[in-house]
Write a new protein. Structure first.
Length: 417
């Protein structure tokens, strides 16, 4: 019996000693970046065990590598959201994203290969620190230091800004279901899916035009401010865009009221994808003077985004203006398009490699390969920071002339023979 009591006493001593040993803080040995590359799908931010929030940086929005929100090989940060899961096979959560910035406020995250085009920022891992319950990083594009920590039920952000008159905190939900955004390569992401747009300005002159468009592979078409047209488009799984016009200097109050009413009337329709204000605003025939200057379009854009922050604005440019001219319109749009004529008939006049004023001109390529060259040009216009659409026009140029000036031999259309 004495031996038994002695054994119990020794066991209690060892148990108490072991309990004391467990109080040692081992958090310094934890590498929270483990699993944040490859297929680990983990995130390095701040949380407590079983905490309600998980503050962490987000470096990408879509794709398998974005499941945890953070991917170690990336070099830019979109922002810092409050909910994350580790080890999942699909992108989840990432709710309520905060992003401190300086300078001009931007509405969309932008692309990884051109962070300055949106509100995201480049960063370097040598300026990044993470340990259990704490994360910090320096945002290089804004010179802002970000620090994150968390309690059981809430998160804390600390931002150290440089001396500036334009410090901003953007609050966004960039992965909200149904929300438009674009992937790192400029591809549209709609309802969580990468979507290649094939659209038509005009409807087939048939009894069932929307059915015909869908049948032939289109997924996007222009509609009037008519609910019946949007309903018919939606019935055939077609997305749509609608023209709002812009605020004119001689009719400001009426234009603002008209545009606001139009946007609020149709912004919740399930077929709507984009708004368009004005077609080819910078283009004037044989002149470098723009048809519509950027300022009224920027004002109109802000009005549209105030009424409807969830649908993008698209601007279609003519092909002849300089890159520097078209770039002035970037603050008035979310998507940039360009009208081109991919098949130019031999002998058509007038065509110019350079217009008389020397400030605009076509690229010197009359062949269909010009489409790729204009894509490259428009990517330079937006500094790789927005999606680029190409509008391929196909009609007889001679039909633009007065009837008495037309060369009928140049008015040819493809047939079936």
């Amino acid at each position: 019996m004495e031996n038994y009591r002695f054994f119990i006493l020794i066991l209690m001593i060892f148990t108490l000693y072991a309990c004391n040993e467990r109080k040692e803080d081992c958090s310094e040995f934890v590498n929270v970046f483990i699993g944040a590359a490859g297929d680990g799908h983990t995130w390095p931010g701040a949380c407590l065990p079983f905490g309600m929030v998980q503050l962490s940086p987000d470096t990408r929005l879509v794709g398998q590598a974005s499941c945890g929100g953070y991917y170690y090989p990336d070099s830019s940060i979109i922002g810092f959201s409050h909910t994350h899961l580790s080890g999942v096979g699909e992108p989840e959560f990432r709710d309520v994203l905060f992003m401190p910035t300086t300078g001009e406020i931007k509405m969309y995250p932008g692309q990884a290969n051109s962070p300055s085009g949106g509100y995201r920022s480049s960063f370097r891992h040598e300026n990044e620190k993470a340990e259990p319950g704490y994360y910090s990083v320096m945002l290089d594009d804004y010179n802002v230091k970000v620090e994150l920590t968390a309690t059981a039920r809430c998160g804390f952000h600390k931002y150290t800004f440089p001396r500036t008159n334009s410090a901003n905190i953007i609050i966004d939900q960039p992965v909200e279901k149904g929300r438009f955004y674009y992937d790192d390569d400029g591809m549209l992401v709609i309802n969580g899916k990468r979507t290649f747009i094939i659209g038509s300005y005009h409807h087939p002159k048939t009894y069932r035009p929307y059915e015909e468009l869908a049948k032939h592979g289109y997924n996007y078409t222009r509609v009037k401010a008519d609910k019946a047209e949007l309903d018919s488009s939606h019935a055939h799984h077609l997305m749509t865009w609608m023209v709002t016009g812009s605020i004119k200097s001689d009719n400001r109050s009426a234009d603002k009221e008209r545009i606001a009413l139009l946007v609020n009337r149709f912004k919740n329709h399930p077929s709507l994808l984009c708004w368009e204000m004005e077609d080819e605003p910078a283009f004037t025939w044989n002149s470098a003077e723009p048809r519509i200057k950027p300022e009224p379009l920027i004002e109109t854009y802000r009005l549209i985004k105030k009424e409807d922050p969830h649908h993008p604005v698209i601007t279609n440019h003519g092909p002849v203006n300089l890159i520097s001219t078209l770039a002035k319109y970037n603050r008035s749009t979310d998507i940039v398009a360009c009208d081109v004529y991919p098949v130019i008939p031999h002998g058509i006049e007038p065509t110019y490699a350079l217009y008389p004023d020397g400030l605009q001109g076509d690229l010197l390529n009359p062949y269909i390969s010009q489409v790729g060259e204009y894509v490259d040009k428009m990517k330079k216009v937006v500094n790789n920071a927005m999606p680029v659409f190409m509008v391929l026009q196909a009609f007889a140029w001679e039909m633009l002339k007065k009837e008495e000036d037309r060369d009928t031999t140049m008015i040819l259309y493809p047939g079936y023979k």
